[in-house]
Design a protein around this ligand. Structure first.
Ligand code: HGY
Ligand code: MN
Ligand code: MN
Length: 419
């Protein structure tokens, strides 16, 4: 039983992996090449079944928790030891691409299959994880499954979540077959000995600098808010301009204030986005009486991010007073930045060198499930390039070479950590 570190030139079958990525991409609520796969929807359930089937074929034992976090385990020589974890998500926002999340799930599976093909026998079990609802699409908050595993989101808070139609977590997870007690999702510290997520960079640096892989040292601190602006509706022709309380005009001021606050922190790392802006009643000849919008503010420096949120609050108060509109702000999440583990980064660096792959240390600007796994285990992330840094769009793309390099480095690192 070889638990030593074999001559690890994993015989990756990138072709098989690419075929699986393309097959998974076809399981979508939208017409290919567009990928849309919202948690607990029909496409998500079919995608879960597809991935679980591949894991079973690879000889992994598959188990799901009460919200659908899925664990595919390769039993190690000493099952009493906490496993090495790897994985990501397969849910996708509307109008997305096929690589975000899926590269980390199917690439993690390929890394495991390559080690098995080499006859490697892990001392520590290796677990491939598919996290439920990394994207905020359904319930407005990202990383639902990993937040609950880390108990950053309690069962009570999860039960209070609602989708746009007012349906809650129970209305979705139970018909999807997930009926266990929500209290069973939280896991203790040490559930994983170490955890690595492979992911496309969702930024332009690796491709621009022609670097094979990125070793992520920090993950930016995300925050999001839900803002409702209540004004006064009325006839677009009959109601003259003086005294109007136009909710959308107020929202427009607030959106530009967010953009200017994010641009003026003095750091390129601060970003601010309004991704949702719903207008009521939404008629061409009716003055908007209500706007529901979201903000997404991130920075690698938490205090700087929070200063943007505070500045926005002050502007909202000023707009409310000047325009006579009510502005209600609900903070959905304001998470800390994540620091990745030096020992795992060292193992990734050694693996990249051994694999003959160029690498650079870098920051993750998107958030990831790894941010919440970091509450229960040492973590790190491995980035591969994506064309033009494009993501969350159907033209998101990562080449088989880029993906193969990532899987090669991941495979070697899993073997090092599990040996
Ligand atoms: O929004 C994010 O950073 C992630 O892609 N869900
Ligand atoms: Mn995403
Ligand atoms: Mn992602």
């Amino acid at each position: 039983m070889t638990t030593t570190r074999p001559n690890l030139n994993p015989d990756l079958s990138v072709d098989r992996l690419m075929a699986e990525l393309f097959a998974l991409a076809k399981i979508s609520e939208a017409e290919p090449p567009v990928v849309t796969r919202v948690v607990f929807g029909p496409a998500d359930l079919r995608a879960r079944a597809y991935v679980k089937g591949l894991c079973a074929e690879a000889g992994l034992t598959v188990r799901e928790d009460a919200v659908g976090n899925t664990f595919a385990r390769w039993e190690g020589a000493d099952p009493s030891l906490a496993p090495i974890g790897t994985g990501s998500h397969i849910d996708a926002i509307p109008n997305a691409g096929l690589y975000d999340g899926c590269v980390g799930v199917l690439g993690g599976l390929e890394a495991i299959r390559a080690l098995k093909a080499l006859g490697f026998k892990p001392r520590r079990s290796i677990e491939l994880v598919v996290f439920t609802a990394e994207e905020p699409t359904r319930f407005g908050i990202g990383c639902l499954g990993s937040r609950m595993m880390a108990n950053v989101l309690t069962p009570q808070q999860a039960l209070a979540l609602r989708d746009k139609e007012g349906r809650g977590l129970e209305d979705w997870r139970v018909p999807a077959g997930f009926t266990g007690p929500l209290e069973s999702v939280a896991v203790p510290k040490g559930r994983f000995h170490q955890f690595i997520e492979m992911h496309i960079e969702q930024g332009p640096l690796l491709e621009e600098e022609k670097v094979d892989v990125g070793l992520v040292t920090h993950i930016a601190a995300p925050a999001s808010q839900r803002i409702v602006i209540e004004g006064e509706g009325g006839h677009a022709g009959g109601k003259l301009m003086p005294g109007r309380k136009d909710a959308l005009a107020a929202a427009a001021e607030l959106i530009l204030a967010l953009e200017s606050a994010a641009k003026s922190t003095g750091a390129i790392d601060t970003v601010g986005t309004v991704g949702i802006c719903e207008v009521f009643p939404g008629a061409v000849n009716s003055i908007p009486s209500r706007v529901t919008m979201t903000t997404d503010v991130r920075d690698i420096d938490r205090a700087r991010r929070d200063r943007v949120l505070a500045a926005l609050g002050a502007v909202a108060n000023d707009i409310s007073r000047r325009r006579g509109v009510k502005i209600a702000t609900e903070l959905v999440n304001a998470d800390p930045p994540t620091t990745c583990d030096p020992a795992i980064l060292a193992a990734l660096e050694e693996s990249a060198i051994a694999a003959g792959k160029s690498y650079k240390k870098m920051v993750a600007r998107a958030y990831h499930d790894t941010s919440f796994v970091s509450c229960i285990a040492p973590v790190a992330m491995l980035f591969i390039p994506c064309r033009g840094g494009v993501s969350h769009r159907p033209d998101e793309y990562a080449s088989p070479q880029w993906i193969g390099s990532g899987v090669h480095v991941l495979s070697r690192t899993l073997a090092k950590l599990a040996a």
